[in-house]
Design a binder for this molecule. Structure first.
Ligand SMILES: [Zn+2]
Ligand SMILES: [Zn+2]
Length: 286
């Protein structure tokens, strides 16, 4: 692991305080309240079903919607599919697609450099989640301008708070409907708070683990690495060295035996006419 001592980024308590409070509450909820409720009251089959369902839906919203569609344009799709992906991604509480994708485009453009928003050269914790708590003064507009042209991205930007609220309301109402008030609280704790914490950390692993540990079969021009086991948690995003080498490929795991459910879903969408213009690097086919 390469470590470099770098000067700290400017810190603005007024801006970062909101992130600290939000993620502090979420972490305390996930680490303390979720297990405490389980110990005292237990979780039902509905709570666990909603947890798994929303983990898959919101995880794919990030990998397919925010990442492969909006940040990399590795395929195209009708507006209705885009809206569904933007709602699913919004439920993951990883900020709007405009912010997420513009940060990510900058990550690829300046990987391992001073302008990389989650520069892994600053160490594991900074790249995993520490970067979130800094007020980054560098303008993102250069990377956001193309995204601003997409009316679905801007629709999500305008309605982001409502989308986030609906992501908590859905498990609460499901639990309420089947098991009353305590059922609603249990379902929103496990399938809302616990699930968001789990999906956040699986996404964070791409920026930390996949830039620190793993193989580099496709190139050593930057710190990106392939990690098959991270792909198990992140619907195929662990093949990060391939992805940095061929950013516009809709597949992150190009070979048939790579575990890349995001690639499979995009392919299935194209098979039924709900995705078009799938981009691939032909010579990478296994
Ligand atoms: Zn990366
Ligand atoms: Zn990417």
């Amino acid at each position: 692991m390469k470590t470099t001592t770098l000067p700290a980024l400017p810190f603005s308590p007024s801006c970062s305080l909101a992130t600290i409070i939000l993620f502090g509450l979420l972490s305390v909820g996930a680490v303390l309240a979720v297990p405490a409720f389980g110990f005292l009251y237990g979780y039902t089959w509905l709570d666990w079903t909603m947890f798994v369902l929303l983990y898959v839906v919101t995880g794919l919203g990030i990998t397919i919607g925010y990442h492969r569609l909006m940040a990399h344009r590795s395929f195209d799709c009708p507006d209705a599919v885009k809206v569904a992906l933007m709602i699913a991604g919004g439920w993951a509480l990883q900020n709007t697609a405009l912010k997420w994708a513009s940060d990510h485009i900058r990550h690829h453009a300046h990987c391992d450099g001073e302008s990389d928003p989650y520069n892994a050269q600053r160490g594991f914790w900074y790249s995993h989640c520490g970067w979130l708590f800094y007020n980054d003064p560098r303008p993102n507009e250069k990377y956001a301008s193309r995204l601003r042209q997409d009316r679905i991205v801007m629709w999500q930007q305008r309605n982001y708070i409502l989308i986030v609220i609906s992501g908590f309301a859905l498990p609460f109402l499901a639990g309420l409907l089947f098991h009353g008030w305590m059922g609603g609280i249990g379902c929103v704790l496990l399938a809302g708070v616990g699930r968001i914490f789990a999906v956040l950390n699986s996404t964070f692993c791409i920026n930390s683990i996949c830039h620190l540990w793993g193989d580099q079969p496709h190139g050593t021009f930057d710190s990106s690495r392939d990690s098959w086991w991270v792909s198990l948690l992140t619907f195929g995003e662990g093949y990060h060295n391939y992805h940095h080498t061929h950013q516009s490929d809709y597949r992150n795991g190009p070979y048939w035996y790579n575990f890349d459910p995001s690639k499979w879903v995009i392919f299935l969408l194209s098979a039924v006419g709900l995705a078009t213009s799938l981009r691939t690097i032909p010579r990478a086919d296994g």
